[in-house]
Design a protein around this ligand. Structure first.
Ligand SMILES: Nc1ncnc2c1ncn2[C@@H]1O[C@H](COP(=O)(O)OP(=O)(O)O)[C@@H](O)[C@H]1O
Ligand SMILES: N[C@@H](CC(=O)OP(=O)(O)O)C(=O)O
Length: 451
């Protein structure tokens, strides 16, 4: 049995629904379907999730307007009409959406989560109806019924361990099951969404809980490429990649698969296959436990922007027991998570995602560090990009870093930071945000010269 997830682009319109439908029905093993909310239909289009977020904001700030509410429903109504589905669905979806607004209107965080979740929920209902209209036995299964029990933090759900046993009970079902991605329910009875892009996480959890033979993730590219196709034109395709490599790359910018979606399938050793809804005949990429290294140390290069570095200097920092702990405790206290902490004898830098210092936090945090740790100097370097060079083969290869250093020098990028973890599966370089595209292209040519 396979669990199959269709991303937003794969269920964005009636035309995409038809492709998804024929993919589902072309393989009897495709028994459990996880859907995202309708994504972009064309360049410049808006994802339904983004419309729903806007709608929640208008309810919260008192500027609610019926036009936006209708615009959301229009995305679904269009699909209903073009697929000739039961017109009653229109009223049902509208009723559900209005009910969520009146139920949670007063509670900012819960309303946002409820509306975000409704994007996938409505789509799962439509996909069920579509499969039924084609004459197949299919049922909508809500995340509550499926057993998706999660933590209660809005927008940041994590699955609870006991969920897997509940999900396993779905194995007795014979019909095709359609489950909305992106959210679960907490013990407090709340709808709680995963981070953005989280339908991948739902698919992985369901695949692990049901012990699927494979987790198929259908999207809009033929494969996972060794560099983002947004950075490099027609980069090389990856046939296989390990869970570890994919997690590093996904965390560092490969938005094609959510980094948090790897752990559930990894624990069960369930292979993942990333495939293209628009070209299902393409083999796609398999994410597996081990792969042939083929003498190639690097498998991928990912990058992400909008980081900053908080640089701290204090004479004799090396002698001050607990300095690092107290610094990180201030960040924890302020609800800030950090990425890396490169250090010298009398200095230490903390690399953060910049948005964490918005809304007045920067001044407070810097002030606290200055006063509580009595530092000599503190400053912020902004607009940094992090480039991650990843590959299981790096551990056994000599000269991987020198190749990167040369490529970055050739690109004219000043390396602001280097970091290599003990796993030796990745190497990270901090560069100026403005030079990242050029830097990645040079790295790509250095590690994949045959392309
Ligand atoms: N290394 C990569 N390989 C393939 N696609 C990538 C990579 N890095 C970024 N992407 C982007 O990920 C997109 C697919 O992910 P996403 O937009 O979330 O699709 P979906 O709508 O299926 O959820 C691709 O269109 C591509 O632009
Ligand atoms: N619809 C949600 C969840 C998701 O996973 O979507 P997609 O499959 O389109 O990345 C979002 O936009 O975040």
């Amino acid at each position: 049995m396979k669990v199959v997830k269709f991303g937003g682009s794969s269920v964005a319109s009636a035309e995409q629904y038809k492709k998804a439908g024929s993919i589902i029905l072309s393989d009897h093993a495709r028994k459990v379907i996880v859907v995202s909310a309708p994504g972009k239909r064309f360049d410049g289009d808006e994802k339904t999730t983004d419309l729903l977020i806007k709608l929640a904001q208008t309810v919260q700030n008192g500027s609610y307007n019926e036009k936006l509410f209708k615009a959301v429903l229009e995305r679904y109504n269009e699909i209903i009409e073009e697929l000739g589905l039961d017109e009653h669905l229109k009223g049902q979806l509208e009723g559900n959406l209005r009910e969520l607004i009146s139920l949670y209107g007063e509670d900012k965080d819960r309303l946002l989560d409820a509306l975000k979740s409704s994007g996938e929920d409505m789509n799962a209902r439509l996909m069920t109806s579509y499969l039924q209209s084609l004459g197949h036995k299919a049922s909508y299964v809500s995340p509550k019924e499926a057993g998706m029990i999660v933590t209660d933090e809005p927008g940041n759900a994590q699955i609870l361990p006991e969920a897997y046993e509940r999900i396993a009970q779905l194995r007795t079902r014979e019909e095709i099951l359609v489950i909305p991605g992106f959210f679960g329910y907490s013990y407090q009875g709340n709808i709680v969404t995963f981070p953005r892009g989280g339908s991948d996480i739902t698919g992985s959890i369901i695949a692990a809980g049901m012990d699927a033979e494979e987790y198929e993730n259908f999207t809009d590219v033929d494969s996972v490429y060794c560099v983002s196709p947004k950075m490099v034109d027609k980069p090389c395709e990856l046939k296989e990649i390990t869970y570890r490599e994919m997690r590093e790359l996904a965390y560092s910018g490969f938005s094609v698969f959510h980094d948090e979606a790897l752990q559930p399938v990894f624990q069960k050793g369930i292979p993942v296959r990333v495939k293209n809804t628009n070209r299902p005949e393409a083999a796609g990429t398999r994410i597996v436990l081990e792969r042939e290294l083929n003498g190639q140390p690097v498998i991928g290069i990912a990058s992400d922007t909008d980081f900053c570095s908080v640089n701290i200097t204090k004479y004799l920092m090396n002698r001050e027991l607990g300095f690092g702990r107290r610094l990180l405790a201030i960040l924890e206290d302020e609800g800030i998570s950090y990425e890396h902490t490169p250090s010298g004898i009398d200095n230490l830098s903390v690399i953060l995602r910049s948005h964490q210092l918005e809304n007045g936090k920067e001044e407070r945090v810097l002030d606290r560090i200055k006063k509580e740790l009595d530092v000599d100097d503190i400053n912020i370097e902004r607009n940094l990009a992090m480039i991650m060079v990843v590959g299981e083969g790096m551990k056994h290869a000599v000269g991987v870093a020198s190749k990167a250093a040369q490529a970055l020098a050739d690109s004219g990028s000043n390396i602001k930071m280097i970091n290599q973890g003990s796993s030796e599966v990745s190497m990270m370089f901090g560069v100026d945000g403005a030079s990242v595209v050029n830097a990645v292209n040079h790295l790509y040519r250095a590690y994949f010269p045959e392309k």
